[in-house]
Design a protein around this ligand. Structure first.
Ligand code: M6R
Length: 612
């Protein structure tokens, strides 16, 4: 939930760290801080964005070639200067930054207080650094060994980076259930919550595994041990990621850039996986476990937030096309409700970040219970990607805007291919139908481009409805999960209350909310429920609700009665979410901009939720 950066080498660390924190700000942005070692530990911390920290650092001497930094999303203790990281040990010898939660910090804190420790902050992190420093002092130990012994007493999740005032040659990082990656440069090393802070300096990385401790020395290089004190060889990978992917590329916000990238990211998610010419539908993960999939009793999809909504579309797709029963569960509910699972079940986790704590824990539970686990993930090398038996990346590139957009369409694209691949294997659709579907699927990126041309029109609608306090999103069939996703997008970036409903459910309660102050956004693109949706729209109009309808080009009935229509190209019903979600993304984006919200970093949120 927070972002960590560390540097050891020959260059000035401060600018490298601050720039790295700016790249990681999507992970948390309520306060930030830096510690540079140069004889003494120079620590600066500030509530607010990294820009506030930068201003302070500019006024002070922070020269030094070893340092750590942190950008925070508060868990323990309100966001303020004191609770910001780095935190210092009791004698000011160690400085530490942390992402995660130390669950037994209360017990540890009481024990340390009984020995005379006092604490400045309300954080669990300060307890951890006191503990490490105490263990180091008592045993006169190296930093690495003190970290190892301390972590053996800690329960919870952590990625940490620590430096030691008495040893300017060492940077130590460790992880358990929160990501940490080491970047290997020429005579220099980096640490990051992901590789973005150092991508312009090196693409050679080592993703730490759970319970690993990286000890990085200028002279001796990188050594990895686990918390059981076993030496482990680093697995060095070369990243295939361009620095441009981390820039706004002329767009005002990352979210807008990412919405506009979708024609390309959908192509990337399809690349090498489908070809209508050859009748090819191929997902390597599925091929490797084809027997398990075709014999599956049930597929259970676990996910959170936007990924949960793609999961619901996955349910419609797999049941509709491949006729395998599917259940979709919020990962946080699944893991705590003693679910029934057996070996014939396949559990699919959907996650952009691959680090969402609840999704990870749900998968671990499924694995323990003997189910096969499959991941559909964006972040290469992430915890979920490494835990699963098999999986498929969605290949969208880094998604930086907190509101997920291109990852949603990437997930839905991969789920569509997965459903078609299973349908082919199980012969639940004919070859002719498959060919037809593949031909249409190949047209989707171009159709998404066409929808994006509605941008100015959608901005105009946003200006018209921006001052309403509520909104209702309605859809049927494949467009019901899209309605949920549209409502989530509006809530999270514009702070306008919104609800998504299956359109037919409206009359069972929500209809009471409808009056002239209620914008109702209706997805009316699917032929199978078209007449019914027309009736639902009439019910809204009769109660003076303001209808914004997403319809197929040339549609007549709803266009006559709606306040606004957004026309999009028609497609096969199973692919409709890939088109109907685009206007909803743009609508919430423009409403948020009109309301002056921080689109890429909405209040209280963080991009990846690595706490439960
Ligand atoms: O990284 P994940 O896909 O696992 O994240 C799940 C949710 O936290 C995420 O989709 C969240 O709901 C987004 N902010 C929605 O835009």
């Amino acid at each position: 939930m927070c972002g960590i950066v560390g540097y050891i080498g020959n260059r000035q660390a401060d600018e490298l760290i601050i720039k790295g924190l700016e790249r990681l700000e999507y992970r948390g942005y309520d306060s930030s801080g830096i510690a540079i070692l140069n004889g003494a530990l120079k620590v600066h911390k500030k509530q607010g964005k990294v820009a506030a920290l930068r201003a302070i650092v500019n006024e002070h001497d922070t020269t030094g070639t070893l340092g750590i930094g942190h950008t925070r999303w508060a868990t323990h203790g309100e966001p303020n200067d004191i609770n910001a990281h780095p935190h210092l040990g009791g004698r000011g010898r160690l400085a530490l930054v942390h992402n995660g939660i130390i669950e037994n910090y209360g017990v540890l804190k009481n024990a340390l207080m009984a020995e005379g420790h006092t604490f400045e902050s309300d954080t669990d992190t300060e307890v951890l650094v006191h503990l490490i420093e105490e263990i180091q002092r008592e045993g006169n130990l190296s930093l690495e060994e003190a970290v190892r012994l301390a972590l053996n007493r800690v329960e919870g999740a952590y990625a940490i980076a620590v430096i030691d005032r008495e040893n300017p040659d060492i940077l130590v990082g460790a992880r358990k259930a929160s990501p940490l990656v080491v970047g290997i440069g020429e005579d220099e090393f980096f640490i990051g919550s992901d590789a973005s802070p150092f991508l312009d300096h090196t693409k050679k990385v080592v993703y730490l595994d759970d319970n690993q401790i990286a000890s990085i020395s200028r002279t001796k290089g990188l050594k990895i041990k686990n918390t059981a004190n076993e030496t482990q060889p680093p697995f060095i990978q070369e990243l295939d990621l361009q620095i441009e992917a981390l820039e706004k590329d002329g767009y005002e916000h990352f979210m807008l850039k990412e919405i506009h990238e979708q024609p390309q990211t959908i192509v990337d998610a399809m690349r090498g996986r489908i070809s209508s010419k050859d009748g090819l539908v191929y997902l390597r993960g599925i091929e490797e476990f084809a027997n398990r999939f075709v014999r599956a009793n049930r597929i259970i999809i676990v996910a959170c937030g936007t990924s949960y909504h793609s999961g619901l579309i996955g349910e419609y797709l797999i049941e509709d096309l491949a006729r395998i029963p599917v259940e979709v569960e919020y990962a946080s509910e699944f893991r705590y409700r003693n679910p029934i699972l057996n070996e014939g079940d396949i559990v699919i986790a959907l996650s952009q970040s691959g680090e969402t704590a609840d999704t990870l824990a749900a998968l671990e539970l499924a694995k323990q219970k003997g189910a096969m686990i499959y991941g559909i993930v964006n972040s290469v090398g992430s915890s979920i990607a490494r835990l699963t038996d098999a999986g498929s990346y969605i290949h969208c590139g880094p998604e930086i805007g907190v509101a997920s957009t291109k990852a949603f369409t990437g997930q839905v694209t991969v789920l569509t291919i997965l459903a078609l691949s299973l349908a082919q294997k199980l012969s639940t659709i004919s070859n002719t139908e498959l060919q037809q579907y593949l031909r249409e699927l190949e047209l989707i990126p171009e159709k998404v481009r066409e929808v994006l041309e509605e941008n100015d029109h959608i901005r105009y609608i946003a200006q018209e409805i921006k001052n309403h306090d509520n909104a209702l999103y309605l859809g049927r069939g494949y467009n019901f999960p899209v309605a949920l996703e549209g409502a989530l997008k509006l809530k999270e970036i514009s702070y306008v209350h919104a609800e998504g409903y299956p359109a037919a459910e409206m009359k069972h309660g929500p209809i009471a909310l409808i009056d002239e102050n209620m914008p109702v956004i209706v997805m009316a693109t699917n032929p199978s429920a078209y007449e019914k949706i027309v009736s639902n729209v009439q019910e809204v109009v009769a109660r003076k609700g303001r209808v914004i309808a997403i319809v197929n080009q040339g549609e007549k009935a709803i266009s006559k009665i709606a306040d606004h229509i957004i026309e999009i190209p028609a497609t096969d019903e199973p692919f409709s979410p890939l088109l109907s979600v685009i206007p909803l993304q743009l609508l919430s984006y423009h409403i948020a901009v009109e309301l002056g919200r921080n689109v890429d970093q909405p209040r209280n949120l963080a991009k990846s939720v690595t706490v439960e």
